[in-house]
Design a protein around this ligand. Structure first.
Ligand SMILES: NC(=O)c1ccc[n+]([C@@H]2O[C@H](COP(=O)([O-])OP(=O)(O)OC[C@H]3O[C@@H](n4cnc5c(N)ncnc54)[C@H](OP(=O)(O)O)[C@@H]3O)[C@@H](O)[C@H]2O)c1
Length: 258
């Protein structure tokens, strides 16, 4: 057991809030955390979209609560957060996974599209993180925030300027909040994956020539599996990572190294 309740990540059950858990990486992270024994609050903008994951056999031995949450709404964040705390009796981990992407030449992006992407991906994650940190401080215990960023927040890429800007902001937010809340033992870290062929991304990269061009940029010549991202989340949320904060774990087959 660690020295105090602020750094103890071994006594359970541990409780995690995961945004955007109806599909893709959020769903995979939810199932992996359930297998590791976490009780879960899972969010979607449309609560019915969580039915499939809520009924998954991997969730049968843990408490899981579905939560409606729209990251562009202050009120929805507050109500969703309160429902998660009510449902699980408190929270130890926040996974800021939900986001949307936008593939469009910069000169064609509208004000509305900018607001939609940046306010959901970055502003919403920021204020949800603050709400979570306030909860940890009120309970006088530490916590772990894991932000799912992207290599698009670290390198240039044509056609994804708004999305990449939101993810670059998220990586810097990780450093800023990691330092600001270090004394309270609220660790803030990020994971930056390259392309992972979740349902939405497989659809976007269905052209084999375009997919081959993408793979050719990755020194290891492969896309990470969703489980590699979930493993990163489990590590950063777990007892082995209590001294890690402000860090971005890049899972990219060497893409950003060259
Ligand atoms: N897959 C990749 O190649 C890849 C690579 C790098 C980083 N990432 C990051 O990994 C995360 C998950 O990616 P993914 O491929 O699993 O994406 P995904 O399948 O599109 O899932 C993301 C989910 O986020 C939720 N969401 C979107 N906007 C929201 C908003 N304003 N408020 C609340 N929820 C919202 C949506 O769920 P509902 O419709 O149910 O609300 C959506 O299904 C994202 O942060 C993404 O940027 C993905």
């Amino acid at each position: 057991m660690s020295e105090n309740k602020k750094t103890d990540r071994t006594s359970g059950p541990r409780r995690a809030l995961i945004t955007g858990a109806s599909t893709g990486l959020g769903r995979d992270i939810a199932l992996a955390m359930a297998r590791a024994g976490y009780n879960l609050a899972l969010t979607s903008r449309d609560i019915g979209r969580l039915d499939e994951v809520m009924a998954h056999p991997d969730l049968k031995d843990v408490t899981a609560v579905p939560i409606a949450l729209e990251l562009k709404s202050e009120d929805s964040i507050e109500q969703g957060f309160k429902a998660a705390v009510r449902g699980l009796g408190g929270l130890d981990v926040l996974v800021n996974n939900a986001a949307r992407t936008l593939l469009k030449p910069a000169v064609e992006v509208t004000w509305e599209e900018w607001d939609d992407v940046v306010n959901g991906n970055l502003k919403g994650a920021y204020f949800l993180s603050c709400r979570f940190a306030r909860h940890c401080m009120d309970e006088d215990r530490g916590g772990a925030i894991i932000n799912i960023a992207s290599t698009h927040g670290m390198t240039g890429f044509a056609g994804r300027s708004v999305y990449g800007t939101s993810k670059g902001g998220m990586i810097q937010m990780t450093r800023m909040l990691g330092v600001e809340w270090a004394e309270q033992n609220i660790c803030v870290n990020a994971i930056a994956p390259t392309l992972v062929l979740t349902e939405s991304r497989a659809e976007m990269h269905k052209d084999p020539a375009q997919r081959a061009r993408m793979l050719a940029r990755i020194p290891m010549g492969r896309c990470p599996e969703p489980s590699e991202i979930s493993d990163g989340v489990l590590y950063l949320a777990g007892p082995g990572a209590i001294s890690i904060t402000g860090h971005t774990l890049v899972i990219d087959g060497g893409l950003t190294v060259i």
